[in-house]
Structure formats: structure tokens, C-alpha cells
Design a protein around this ligand. Structure first.
Ligand SMILES: *Cc1c(COP(=O)(O)O)cnc(C)c1O
Length: 410
């Protein structure tokens, strides 16, 4: 395999023109779109206008004149087709962590004597921490079960009050069979919340078709919403009516501007709103999602797989002898949009890669993670990154970083 093959793949790629929608620094090989997605050019061009005109000139009247009041719902409706949901089932609000709390707290109120809360060992930390906090709040009414990835289905039974799983594992990229696990939960009457943070915008998602009832996810990874962009909540149409908010803020009131003395929940997905939405950030999320306009999601999924396979093949060829062990599943259907390797010096290697203009990240304790963002990544990027990595290993360039203490953000 040589670089010319990759150049040809880029020329023939139906998604190649969409790279133009992003403002990527010249010469940088960016494999961190699953941590912070790239900046859409339209975001950079428009946010100043939003600040000057909608805020500066329109002031408070922009709540209606510029549709600010409806933006959380409009953004949710824009996200819906990317996750296989319908309009009215998604709203953009708060952080993923807070949305997990909101959903889990509400669902645990109806546990009817069931005792276990099932999640996965190695899940994204915030998911587990939020559950721990909620279980503390319940005065020991529930037991947390950290199931091994292979034994999750066996851990879900008639005693399960709630299941919370990340569709794609942030370290390894291993992807659950959401349809099968959802069917198992439904058969046992167990509510399940799916965390789509590493899924939306990169892997196949069909929440409606798979019978998924509850999900959350973030917008700053593959959806390119920007640092700290608000997350989203999904509820299937047929569970919204029974859902009772626990965090009962005024944005979910049935008659918000009636300023009533007592709380009454609204009827729709806006039940998941709490307080005043971050308008500037929501505008940026809309631009991030608009980068998918005109994009065939099947092409995105396909390109994620072919880029990942290219990376795995090149690593087999050029990196295996340098001690890199594939930590992601080889089978495309079981892998999200990332390729991870284990290496005892993963941190030093990640630092050396950054110094060489390749941004991939380190995940404790020994993972080097390459995120695959099909909208803006090229096949030559993969070739060049593996080439840079092979050189670093051959020259021992990573050793200059082998005593570096991990920074606050890796
Ligand atoms: C990135 C990520 C989050 C982020 O949570 P925040 O509250 O937005 O910081 C949550 N869950 C998973 C699985 C993630 O990958």
C-alpha cells in the first residue's frame, strides 16, 4: 500500500467536498474529532452577527424575533434525523452529565421494588459517577452493577430498575448492539438510557426503529457544536406523556410566562428543559449540524469504516512490531468511529505525535486513540499519521517525552 492509493481514495470519495465546510489549521492531522469536533466555517462567520445583531440590536425582543425561545427545540429537531428519531422527540439542553441525571432520577422514581442499576465497567466516568450520586440520594435503595461488557445482557433481569450504557466505549471504541440490548430490556420491562456521545454523526443510529426509549448525547464531538456546546435528550414519542421531570425548572412549565406559583409540567419533549438555554452555543450547534446538510449518512458510516480499516491495516503493516496492540474490535459492525491501540508508552507517544502535527489522544492507562471524523478527514491523513508514528517509533522520538507528567487535559 502506498500514499498514491490514499490520494485516489480521496479523489473518489463522495464526502471529500464537505471538508471545505470546516476551518482546519493548515498541515494539522486532526484525529480528535471525537473529543472536540472541528470548527465549521459558517460558525466562525455567523456568531459575530448573532452577538452584534440578535443580542446587541434585538436585545430582549430576540427571544421571539430571532426565535431564541424555540431554539432548544429547533436544535433538537435538527439533531433528530441524525439519530433516527422524529421531530418532537429531541431537545438540546444542559450537559450530557446533567441530562443523564435528569432522566435517571425520573426513571428511578418508578422502580417498583426493583433493586439493581446496571451499567458497564469502563463506561465513561461521568455516567457512572452520576448513577453513584443518585444511588446515594436514594438512601441505599439501589445497588450499582458494573457489568463486564460481555455480560451486560445477563445482568439485566426482572430486578433491574434502570440500565445506562454508552453505545460506543470511549477508550476502545467497542460498540454495543443497541437493538438487541434494547429488545432484552423491553422484554424485562426495564427502562434503558443510551449515551450516544461517541455515536451521533459517525455510526448507524436508528433509535425509533430499534425501540429505544431514552437517550442522551453531546454535540461537541462528531456534531461539531463547539467547546461546551449543550447536549441533547431524546425520548420516544410514546414515553413522553408519562415522563415526570425531577429537575423542575421554569422552562419546562406548562405556562411559563404565566409565572404561576406552583409547578406544572409541560406536555412535550420540552419537559427536559430546565433553565434559560445558552443561545450563543445553540446557534453554534445549529451550524455544526448544518455541516451534515446534503450528506448521505450511509456515506458517513461507510467512510468511517474504510478510514478505520485503512488505519488498522497500515498499523498491522508498520506498527505492530513497535508494540502497538489493537484495542478496538476488528469487526466493523462492533466498532465505533475510532481506532485505539494499547502501548506501554502511549502517553509519551501521544505527545511526540502532537509535536509532529498529529493530534490523537491518550486515554489512561495505556490507550492511544485515533478518532475518525468522516466529514473532514482524508485517506491521506491516515497514511501520513501512520507514517509519522512509524518514524517516531523508529527514531525513538517518543523517548523525549517518556518522563513527562500527564497534563491536566490529555
Ligand atoms: C464526552 C462524553 C460525555 C460528556 O459529558 P459532559 O457532561 O458533556 O461533559 C458523556 N458521556 C460520554 C459517553 C462521553 O463520551
Amino acid at each position: 500500500m502506498d500514499r498514491a492509493v490514499c490520494e485516489r481514495l480521496d479523489r473518489d470519495c463522495p464526502l471529500a467536498p464537505f471538508r471545505e465546510r470546516f476551518a482546519l489549521p493548515e498541515g494539522l492531522l486532526y484525529f480528535d474529532g471525537n473529543s472536540l469536533g472541528a470548527l465549521p466555517k459558517s460558525t466562525a462567520a455567523d456568531i459575530g452577527r448573532v452577538v452584534r445583531e440578535e443580542w446587541g440590536r434585538g436585545l430582549v425582543e430576540s427571544w421571539l424575533d430571532a426565535d431564541w425561545f424555540f431554539l432548544a427545540r429547533q436544535t433538537g429537531d435538527a439533531i433528530a434525523p441524525l439519530i433516527g428519531a422524529s421531530a418532537g422527540e429531541v431537545v438540546c439542553a444542559d450537559s450530557t452529565s446533567v441530562n443523564l441525571f435528569k432522566l435517571a432520577a425520573s426513571l428511578l422514581r418508578h422502580s417498583e421494588g426493583r433493586r439493581t442499576v446496571v451499567t458497564e465497567r469502563g463506561n465513561f466516568p461521568t455516567d457512572v459517577y452520576i448513577l453513584e450520586g443518585l444511588i446515594d440520594l436514594s438512601d441505599g435503595k439501589f445497588d450499582l452493577v458494573l457489568a463486564e461488557p460481555e455480560t451486560i445482557v445477563g445482568a439485566i433481569d426482572g430486578d433491574t430498575a434502570l440500565v445506562l450504557l454508552s453505545h460506543v466505549n470511549f477508550r476502545t471504541g467497542a460498540m454495543h448492539d443497541m437493538a438487541a440490548i434494547t429488545a432484552h430490556c423491553t422484554a424485562h420491562g426495564v427502562p434503558a438510557i443510551w449515551d450516544l456521545s461517541h455515536s451521533a454523526g459517525a455510526v448507524p443510529l436508528a433509535l425509533n426503529r430499534w425501540g429505544v426509549e431514552y437517550a442522551v448525547g453531546c454535540t461537541y464531538k462528531f456534531l461539531n457544536g463547539g467547546p461546551g456546546a449543550p447536549a441533547y435528550v431524546y425520548m420516544a414519542q410514546d414515553v413522553i406523556a408519562a415522563y415526570e421531570p425531577v429537575v423542575t425548572g421554569w422552562f419546562s412549565h406548562a405556562n411559563q410566562f404565566g409565572f404561576e406559583d406552583r409547578y406544572r409540567s409541560t406536555a412535550g419533549i420540552e419537559k427536559c428543559l430546565v433553565g434559560t438555554p445558552p443561545i450563543l452555543s445553540l446557534r453554534a450547534v445549529m451550524h455544526g449540524i448544518a455541516c451534515f446538510d446534503g450528506v448521505d449518512l450511509d456515506d458517513v458510516v461507510q467512510k468511517s469504516r474504510t478510514l478505520s480499516e485503512l488505519l488498522i491495516d497500515l498499523a498491522d503493516e508498520r506498527l505492530a512490531h513497535a508494540g502497538f496492540v489493537l484495542a478496538s474490535p476488528r469487526e466493523p459492525a462492533r466498532r465505533g468511529s475510532q481506532v485505539s491501540f494499547r502501548h506501554p508508552e502511549a502517553y509519551a507517544v501521544s505527545k511526540a505525535l502532537r509535536a509532529a502535527g498529529v493530534v490523537a489522544d491518550f486515554r489512561s492507562p495505556d490507550i492511544l486513540r485515533f478518532g475518525i471524523a468522516p466529514l473532514y478527514m482524508r485517506y491521506v491523513d491516515v497514511w501520513d499519521a501512520v507514517d509519522a508514528l512509524a518514524r517516531i517509533m523508529a527514531s525513538g522520538g517518543w523517548m523525549a517525552h517518556s518522563t513527562d507528567a500527564p497534563e491536566a487535559v490529555t
